[in-house]
Design a protein around this ligand. Structure first.
Ligand SMILES: [Zn+2]
Ligand SMILES: [Zn+2]
Length: 687
């Protein structure tokens, strides 16, 4: 038109700019705005309204505001409504509310466009009081019959958590309004009213109303978080496919999340694999689900696949995969995740930092844990507890207690788990008085009743010093039934002090509590034989055999050159087996030269002396350390993980090995960490 030399008038400007608004064509819109200024048409209210609306719809709210403020002509209803709606739709709720007030003050009429906009704003910021006033205006101005206005009112009340008002309005509606029902369902789920959400959902389904793509994820969340029956969830899934939502990413993400949270990993994986477009949320749901269900290897594998697809991990998936590495004690992997996270440029979050502190302490790397801890701006109970437990498990009782004091000093109150760490630290360092003090403060200061874990630490502490009277007192004092950890502590103490009477009782109770555990049989038999009661020792071993109970085989892992190598006792499967066995021979020779004596009480009985000694030498942790000496460069620590507690003989040998080979050996057994350095162990020979 312009190229034909014809001049556009205010109506053609108005309609063209309107088109730009509805198509969100900002650049074109700006050009036309320029033309209107040049031609003076920007004085016509019809044109200005169009330009204002164009900027608001293109998310340029400040430009819209500028035009609104500086316009020379009279603002009409449309001007006000465009500005108000612009504010509401762009998330400026308070400005929208203010705009509504100005509009009323200037004596303008509101209509079925202004009311819903201001109500949306009220809902966004939970301004119920303003919402009620708007409701009053609506009634007065006769717009209450309008269905848009009604459904906005319902959404406003629901978002302001006034469900009763929302319900009354919903019941009063003449027709079943899809918009209102959808928004009610979403809000019910958000507020934990799952039954109501599901019943509304059922009603919509029965009457054939259209359920939108935002409502289905909400409904699926009902099943993710509760113990509700899964067959209903599956029918929701079917319905979803039937109604054509099968390809919606939002919907599928919610499905993956629901199945994963309920532990149905196969179904989660199936939905996931059928998704055409996957984003970080889809992957996160699957990774987190695996971590949550204890499938840590699978979680790590998926995480690697996700990276392979070029998707950058977010904070949630990072925290989750760090937890999985911590459980598997994969320090190298955890470090890589940490490094990548820093590189990704994501701002750090409390949950990621907490997972990092936990991962490093669980992998026995307190230095790294400290670096993260010190870099944190905010710390919460989880952060401090991770550090307190971490120090305790790594044989650093003093640091553990010191961190506890610092935590209390910073105003954070301890919880059940904090006290497990604290008492564990005390029991391993033999700090009877401190332990008693903390144990008492649990109830008197913090109102936490001690659980079996806390009693086990206390019993362990008294039992180790041979104070069986106090052990008995504690047993009587317990409000909860003593569990296996408590009896294990008693058994270990009885063995140490040769207290056969208590040992028998603890062993027999343990045999009932954990019928497949070989430990009570082995320890009891050893106790009898140490006391010279060979026949009873043999009886226990026979009983163990007749009940088909066998010792869980000891297994040790060592991370070397990016691979995890595992060793069983007397294992001959490793490709470098010949080298490893000759290294063991060398080790034994060298440490014997500096005073190591094999402790036969840890060997299998019924063997002659020489076979016993050889058997000891090929325990899994000794094979692992020999491999470590061969494969891990000098100066780097050797990190070993063992499934059972380290045996006394290996523990002793490790001390000598650390001295002879000048190596830091870190051994995590089923109970705690042992840092062997220069002939000593961080556990102070108590574990
Ligand atoms: Zn051993
Ligand atoms: Zn130790």
């Amino acid at each position: 038109m312009q190229s034909h030399g014809e001049k556009p008038n205010e109506y053609s400007f108005g309609s063209i700019v309107k088109m730009c608004a509805s198509l969100a064509l900002l650049l074109r819109g700006e050009q036309i705005h320029g033309c209107t200024v040049k031609t003076g048409f920007d004085l016509y209210v019809y044109v200005v309204n169009g330009v204002l609306d164009m900027y608001a719809k293109c998310k340029r709210i400040f430009e819209a505001e500028y035009i609104f403020r500086t316009m020379s002509g009279e603002k009409n209803n449309v001007t006000w409504t465009s500005m108000l709606t612009g504010y509401a739709k762009n998330g400026f709720a308070y400005k929208a509310i203010e705009c509504f007030r100005d509009l009323r003050r200037e004596g303008n009429e509101s209509n079925h466009f202004t009311f819903p906009s201001v109500l949306t704003a009220c809902g966004t910021v939970s301004a119920r009081k303003v919402g009620v006033q708007v409701h009053g205006c609506i009634v007065k101005s006769g717009f209450i019959e309008n269905i848009f206005v009604q459904s906005s009112l319902i959404a406003m009340y629901a978002k302001c958590r006034d469900m009763e008002a929302a319900r009354v309005l919903l019941r009063g509606m003449d027709v079943d309004d899809e918009v209102s029902l959808n928004s009610m369902i979403v809000e019910c789920v958000r507020q934990g009213l799952e039954d109501e959400a599901l019943s509304l959902f059922g009603r919509m389904h029965e009457r054939g109303l259209k359920i939108d793509e935002f409502t289905i994820p909400s409904v699926l969340n009902c099943f993710a978080l509760s113990r509700r029956e899964m067959n209903i969830a599956c029918s929701v899934h079917c319905l979803m496919v039937k109604t054509g939502y099968g390809n919606y990413k939002l919907v599928n993400n919610a499905l993956v999340d629901m199945y994963a949270k309920r532990g149905l990993m196969d179904s989660a994986l199936k939905v996931f694999e059928e998704m055409i477009v996957k984003d970080v949320i889809s992957w996160t749901a699957l990774v987190t689900g695996n971590t949550h269900n204890g499938s840590y290897e699978e979680a790590l594998k998926l995480f690697c696949d996700m990276r392979g697809e070029g998707i950058s991990p977010d904070q949630i998936v990072t925290a989750s995969v760090l937890s999985a590495s911590a459980e598997l004690t994969l320090l190298e992997f955890g470090k890589q995740v940490h490094g990548n996270y820093i590189k990704s440029g994501f701002p750090s979050s409390l949950s990621v930092d907490n997972s990092l502190v936990t991962m490093y302490t669980k992998c026995g790397s307190l230095e790294d844990a400290n670096v993260v801890f010190n870099s944190m701006e905010n710390r919460d109970l989880i952060t401090w507890t991770a550090l307190i437990v971490g120090y305790a498990k790594n044989g650093k009782a003093k640091d553990s207690l010191q961190s506890y004091n610092l935590m209390i000093g910073s105003g954070i109150k301890p919880d059940y788990i904090t006290f497990i760490g604290l008492l564990f630290a005390c029991s391993h360092a033999g700090l009877i008085e401190e332990a008693q003090h903390y144990f008492d403060s649990m109830r008197t200061v913090y109102g936490i009743s001690p659980g079996p874990e806390h009693y086990a630490c206390m019993i362990d502490l008294f039992g180790r010093s041979g104070d069986f009277v106090r052990v008995e007192e504690l047993l009587i004092q317990m409000e909860v039934e003593p569990d296996a950890t408590v009896w294990k502590a008693i058994l270990a103490a009885s063995r140490k002090h040769g207290n056969i009477e208590n040992g028998e009782r603890a062993a027999k109770t343990l045999m009932e509590l954990e019928p497949n555990n070989a430990v009570p049989y082995v320890l009891l038999s050893n106790m009898y034989s140490a006391a010279g009661r060979q026949e009873e020792a043999a009886n226990v071993r026979r009983l163990m055999k007749s009940r088909n109970i066998s010792k869980e085989p000891g297994c040790s892992w060592v991370e070397g050159k990016g691979k995890v190598h595992s060793f069983m006792s007397e294992d001959r499967r490793h490709p470098r087996m010949v080298e490893i066995y000759s290294k063991v021979e060398e080790m034994m020779l060298l440490i014997k030269g500096v005073g190591y004596l094999p402790d036969m009480s840890f060997a299998l009985q019924d063997l002659d002396k020489e076979s016993k000694e050889l058997g000891l030498a090929y325990h899994s942790e000794k094979l692992a350390v020999a491999f470590g000496l061969l494969a891990i460069p000098a100066g780097a620590p050797i990190r070993i993980i063992k499934n059972l507690r380290v045996c006394g003989d290996c523990h002793n040998a490790m001390k000598y090995i650390s001295k002879v080979y000048l190596r830091h050996i870190i051994l995590r057994d089923s109970n705690c960490f042992h840092h062997f350095r220069d002939g000593n162990c961080s556990c102070g020979d108590y574990w």
